[in-house]
Design a protein around this ligand. Structure first.
Ligand code: PLP
Length: 474
């Protein structure tokens, strides 16, 4: 493609994107295709000769779009929001154009953005990268799953270092086999995956009636495991669990970790961005005990995937677990600047801080607070509508943008309701299991969601439920 063609097609593509997002509500939320649909529509071999942009775009519309789930659709209420905004898209375009895997501006902007954002959400200054004389630090990873894994690797390295000193003649594999990590039943599955890949045992703990991990539960588990000769070393807590947006009680768990010298990680993948609103900061009580913390601006802060921010209290404890330093990667600034290649698994990195910079500057903290508060208000609106309807019950504490509900009927009836709603293509939600019961999660996701969207969603849910109840009564 020539530069002239790029100018033309680039402008056309921006128009296409703007049109797509403007008319997205007219589409089905989820595609009506069968798995494998694309195989028969795309040739089995790559083309030998170049194809035109027009023909590729034509096929994009004809072949790809029918298989797309529209995460930005106003009736998409599954999972958590997939961040998206025009400033973020434009910043990603620039990042793609620069196409660099590392450079001074990228490192420095990332440091500054992690400092800005850390301050915006009220993290203690010990975590902030630019605190004078501090050991803290922040980094952008691709995903919360990666943050969970990397924090586990850092904790494992730290405990193994100490164990090797204490037991110099004991085989490392034996020491590793004694390590045990903890999380609650409601922690994200990525914690289990991190332990599986990290080859450490994981004990999954019960929560209280509000789906929160409590300090006493952790304390008892640690004692039991020590009695069995195991070595507790890591706890992954969650602020805003995936199933129901519950909040582990950090202020109780923190002191238990401190007494037992455990690495406390806090996964706030969804809810962390909401801490830019001071009224939610009470949920961070106990953060002073944490060694590491992560949140995804690419969920709830209008940043496009990927952008998962992670802070550590002691950056040297993170990097010591990840440094490998071949000659070809050394450079003359190594003693003057940090090197993000030692902060995670990939070597090459995208210029992801650019979209944080664009979005924070172009919305302002006030604009972002307004967006979060509006989502919370809309979730409360849905909660009230469902509470006023005797066919439904609310199952979680609606603190942020997630409402978990079910019909006051059997699990089978609720499964039927969700299946009917999702297969209609008019709305999309996913289930969770809470207290062994099937619940439906309704999350406010679209950037410009409004009262009408919530009322329409409620109408769709309510009508389907009534239809199922009528069918059942026959
Ligand atoms: N942690 C929590 C609490 C989550 O809710 C999620 C996803 O929703 C994840 C981790 C995984 O996020 P990612 O897709 O960024 O790996």
């Amino acid at each position: 493609m020539s530069r002239t063609q790029f100018r033309r097609y680039g402008k056309e593509t921006v128009d296409y994107i703007a049109d797509y997002l403007e008319t997205i509500h007219k589409r089905r939320v989820v595609p009506a295709i069968e798995p494998g649909y694309l195989k028969d529509l795309i040739p089995g071999e790559a083309p030998n000769r170049p194809d035109s942009f027009e023909s590729v775009m034509d096929d994009f519309e004809k072949l790809i779009m029918p298989g797309v789930t529209h995460w930005q659709h106003p009736r998409f209420h599954a999972y958590f929001p997939a961040g998206n905004s025009f400033p973020s898209i434009l910043a990603d375009m620039l990042s793609d154009a620069l196409g660099c895997a590392a450079c001074p501006a990228m490192t420095e902007l990332e440091l500054i953005m992690l400092d800005w954002f850390g301050k915006m959400i009220g993290l203690p200054k010990e975590f902030l990268p630019l605190t004078e004389g501090g050991k803290g630090g922040g980094v952008i990873q691709s995903s919360a799953s990666e943050c969970n894994f990397v924090s586990l690797l850092a904790a494992r390295f730290e405990v193994m270092k100490e164990l090797r000193q204490r037991f110099p003649f004991v085989e490392e594999g034996l020491l590793l086999s004694k390590l045990i990590a903890y999380c609650s039943k409601e922690a994200h599955s990525s914690v289990e995956k991190a332990c599986m890949i990290g080859m450490v045992k994981l004990r999954i703990l019960e929560t209280d009636s509000k789906y929160r991990l409590r300090g006493e539960t952790l304390r008892n588990a640690i004692q039991e495991d020590r009695n069995l000769g195991l070595i507790p070393f890591y706890v992954s807590t969650t602020l805003g669990t995936t199933s129901c947006c519950s909040f582990d009680v950090l202020s109780e768990i923190g002191p238990v970790c401190e007494e037992n010298e455990l690495w406390l990680h806090v996964d706030a993948a969804y809810s962390g961005s909401a801490m830019i609103c001071p009224e939610f900061r009470y949920l961070l009580n106990g953060i002073e005990y944490a060694m590491s913390f992560n949140t995804n601006p690419n969920k709830w802060m209008l940043i496009n995937f990927d952008c998962s921010t992670m802070w550590v209290r002691d950056r040297f404890k993170l990097t010591q677990a990840l440094v490998v330093d071949p000659l070809y990667l050394q450079h003359s600034w190594m003693d003057k600047s940090i090197d993000y290649r030692h902060w995670g698994i990939p070597l090459s990195r995208r210029f992801r801080s650019l979209k944080l910079w664009f979005v924070i500057r172009m919305y302002g903290v006030e604009g972002l607070q307004k967006y979060i508060r509006e989502h919370v208000r809309l979730a409360k609106r849905m909660e009230s509508l469902l509470r006023a309807d005797s066919n439904f019950e609310i199952v979680n504490d609606v603190v942020m943008g997630l409402v978990c509900f079910r019909m006051r009927e059997s699990d089978e009836m609720n499964q039927k309701l969700l299946m009917r709603l999702n297969s209609s293509g008019r709305i999309h939600m996913v289930p969770a299991s809470l207290s062994e019961r099937f619940v439906i999660r309704f999350c406010v996701c679209a950037e410009n969601a409004c009262d009408k969207d919530i009322d329409t969603a409620y109408e769709i849910i309510c009508q389907s439920a009534q239809q199922i109840l009528r069918e059942n009564a026959k």
